[in-house]
Write a protein that binds this ligand. Structure first.
Ligand SMILES: Cc1ncc(COP(=O)(O)O)c(C=O)c1O
Length: 428
């Protein structure tokens, strides 16, 4: 058995230091919500492999479906058709908001975002793109051009895509307009008018791209009225609304998509992460009317729609449906939110607990209300030591993402919350 230290040490010889991993732990196997390190320590994986393993590690139905596909065909390379990839697209559009019924498969979240931006520019013939401060959309050049969760993702890569404009994201706990949530007059929505008057005319804007729940930027759900207001503004000006649901999609928030909480249908949806339980796959999804204006050859891929990933995706959707995981995780997420808020009530360093389903953010603050990344790190270290893997996010890295697989049982949720509560007692 290779010891943990050896792998981590050797990785520094072959991996560029640009690659950041959260923890120096080498994992030998994963099963359900559990992972086991090469030195035999078992952890509850409440990072879900960065919000990917919505049905847990190595779900038997996903493995069976992918395994069967492996036996017959692994790759098509955009040369010919295969049944599994078409069936996966059909299954995917059966769960997307109605009207989003055509798919372009690619491999990663960033690639789906690139595809969404290209589609928007192509079909509108406009260049302008509006994105929201704090958003994270991936690491390719187009994606970092609309990403502002941290300047370090953009540093030394300028010039980026031109005609991209940033407007404030409605991070209510830290309202950019200093409003109280019970007296909010949706300043961030009205700010768009200012942008249209001062920076770019709306008829030059191809698309707005937004995460309906801000992920990497700090786990802030956008208020429902805000998303509905965006939809209206986009409709008024012929601007396409892109929802980046790479992190919030595929059941993570207790609904198939966070868009469902607001009953807003975007024009274009970018999906990845949980779509195929760890097999590389992503998708740009839009309505037929739009997709039919994107002609043959305007976009393409070699690996997108890989049949094995597609088989895993079909099984993932079937598992979420078959095991009733949306309703189950929505209920267990509500319980977790309530308990975390109780814990926060007794622990002043926890300033806010927010989210939907199994996508919960826990924000750490100091006694002046400023971000407290040190307290957050102490909590992460405590949890890791007790066998619970959690990860952080936010500009100041002071927000914990509580993102267990949707398959976590009530008992497993309680156990994780017990560990968290013990950590909170030490922080008081
Ligand atoms: C909302 C969002 N969009 C895009 C991406 C990029 O995905 P990938 O790392 O698969 O390129 C991420 C990754 O964390 C994400 O959270």
């Amino acid at each position: 058995m290779k010891k943990n230290g050896s792998t981590v040490r050797r990785s520094t010889g072959v991996f560029t230091p640009a690659l950041h991993l959260y923890y120096p732990i080498t994992i030998a196997r994963g099963n359900g919500i559990y992972i086991e390190s090469v030195d035999g320590k078992r952890y509850m994986d409440f990072s879900s492999g960065l919000a990917v393993l919505n049905v847990g590690h190595s779900h038997p139905r996903v493995l069976e479906s992918a395994g069967k596909q492996l036996d017959s065909l692994v790759h098509t390379g955009g040369v010919y058709y295969n049944e599994t990839t078409v069936a996966a697209a059909e299954r995917l559009v059966s769960i997307t908001p109605s009207g989003l019924d055509m798919v372009f498969f690619s491999n990663s979240g960033a690639e789906a975002v690139e595809g969404a931006l290209k589609l928007a520019r192509y079909v509108t013939g406009r260049q302008g793109i509006i994105s929201f401060t704090g958003g994270f959309h991936g690491r390719t050049l187009g994606a970092i051009s609309v990403t502002t969760s941290s300047a370090r993702y953009r540093k030394n890569y300028h010039p980026l895509l031109p005609s991209v404009y940033q407007v404030p994201y409605p991070c209510c706990f830290r309202c950019p307009f200093h409003q109280k949530s019970d007296a909010c007059s949706l300043c961030c929505l009205h700010y768009l008018n200012e942008t249209f008057l001062r920076q770019i005319s709306p008829e030059e804007v191809a698309a707005m791209i937004i995460e309906p729940v801000l992920g990497e930027g700090g786990y802030y759900p956008a208020p429902v009225q805000f998303l509905q207001g965006l939809r209206e503004i986009c409709d008024r000006h012929g601007i396409l609304l892109i929802f980046d649901e790479v992190q919030s999609g595929m059941g993570r928030t207790g609904r198939w998509f966070a868009a469902d909480h607001a009953a807003v249908t975007p024009d274009i949806l970018a999906v990845a992460k949980g779509i195929a339980s760890g097999f590389p796959l992503s998708a740009v999804i839009a309505g037929k009317k739009l997709m039919e204006k994107w002609p043959s050859g305007a976009h393409g891929t070699t690996f997108g729609g890989n049949p094995v990933s597609c088989a895993a995706s079909i099984a993932t959707i079937d598992v979420i449906n078959g095991e009733g995981l949306l309703a189950k995780s929505s209920a267990s997420g509500d319980k977790a939110l309530a308990r975390l808020r109780e814990i926060a009530g007794r622990c002043p360093v926890i300033g806010d607990v927010r989210g939907y389903g199994h996508m919960i953010g826990i924000e750490f603050i100091d006694n002046k209300g400023a971000p407290d990344s040190e307290a957050c790190k102490k909590m992460l270290d405590h949890c890791l030591q007790k066998g619970l893997v959690l990860i952080n996010c936010g500009l100041e890295k002071n927000v914990i993402r509580f993102i267990p697989p949707l398959t976590a049982t009530d008992a497993e949720m309680e156990l994780a919350l017990d560990i968290f509560e013990m950590g909170a007692r030490r922080l008081r």
